[in-house]
Design a protein around this ligand. Structure first.
Ligand SMILES: [Cu+2]
Length: 330
């Protein structure tokens, strides 16, 4: 009897916990616009970037569907330019919440993340092409309030990959608008960031164990070019358009990602052997200038990679003493 009661109480307790887990909350997010030099490749080439919080891309914002994002953008008076933020997950007023913020000013607004999925955020200040090309973009993940399900299984690991176009001539926005002068593809802010095969200076590759489900949250932050997202030596087990569990496709070789689109794609490697994939933008002009990411599926995979706060690994490369363009091909 006592055992049954205890079990009943435990079930009740679990139910309460589950109910609490989906209760909407307010998530406070602050970003500081920073016009700073950042390292743009694995050998330490620096670039005069415009950023959220000093990195390309900005930090991962992660909330649950129904949460209110209480957002603050600080534009320090030491900056030269106005900046703004445009969350694709927000349904607001483009001329109010998303308005440019002058140096020395702060913008504060709230929005409810009503719809689940993965969404780009970016600066929309003029000239927008330049603000995005120089690095002001990131991802907001809105986890579905229902949680995981058969249609949307819990992944064993997750990685964020954000692709951008690299324009070494950072001031030449006219060239950017003509789509001229782009000399590489950035993945999470660096050329060949996770590709030790094509870049001997690359310190990082992404990892999983054989048979694990790895979910990539991918954002096309190019200013002009679509992306042909393909896992070489693998197949996307599922593609969730815009990261929404209801928008599922199966068994896809290449998924076309429009400019500003975000997508979640799953890969499940064979259980019985070590494999490796090259996650590429199959557009050759992008792949061969930086958009290749190596995923190694082996039993000795670091158990911490692709989990918790480690879904957007950043190689910590010291700036090289000599400045210059970072153009190189494998
Ligand atoms: Cu900006």
């Amino acid at each position: 009897m006592f055992k049954q009661l205890t079990a009943a109480v435990m079930v009740l307790g679990t139910g309460l916990l589950a109910a609490q887990a989906v209760q909407a909350k307010t998530v406070h997010v602050t970003m500081v616009a920073k016009e700073v030099d950042v390292v743009i490749d694995n050998k330490g080439t620096t670039y005069p970037a415009w950023t959220f919080d000093g990195t390309i891309p900005g930090k991962v914002v992660r909330v649950t569907q129904g949460d209110v994002v209480d957002f603050k953008l600080i534009n320090p008076k030491t900056n030269k330019n106005s900046h703004s933020i445009d969350f694709h997950a927000a349904e607001v007023h483009v001329l109010e919440e998303f308005a440019p913020v002058k140096p020395g000013e702060t913008k504060h607004f709230k929005f409810e993340a009503r719809r689940p999925g993965v969404w780009m955020y970016h600066c929309g200040a003029s000239v927008m092409a330049q603000h995005i090309a120089r690095g002001m973009y990131g991802i907001i993940i809105v986890d579905p309030k229902e949680g995981y399900s058969e249609a949307f299984p819990k992944p064993d690991r997750e990685y964020v990959l954000i692709q951008g176009q690299y324009f070494p001539d950072a001031d030449n926005y006219k060239a950017m608008l003509r789509n001229e002068g782009s000399e590489g593809a950035l993945i999470n802010g660096k050329l060949f960031h996770y590709d030790p095969v094509h870049d001997p200076n690359a310190a990082l590759a992404l990892v999983s164990k054989p048979g694990e489900r790895v979910r990539f949250h991918f954002v096309n932050a190019n200013i002009n070019n679509p992306v042909a997202l393909h896992p070489i030596a693998g197949i996307w087990d599922r593609v969730y358009i815009n990261g929404n569990p209801r928008n599922v496709l199966y068994d896809i070789a290449t998924y076309g990602v429009a400019v500003s689109e975000a997508v979640s794609v799953d890969i499940v490697s064979p259980e019985d052997r070590t494999t490796a994939n090259a996650i590429v933008d199959h557009t050759m002009s992008a792949a061969l200038t930086g958009a290749i990411t190596v995923l190694i599926n082996s039993p000795d995979a670091d158990p911490n990679m692709g989990k918790g706060d480690n879904i957007l690994p950043r190689a910590d490369i010291k700036p090289a003493t000599k400045k210059g363009g970072g153009h190189h091909t494998p």
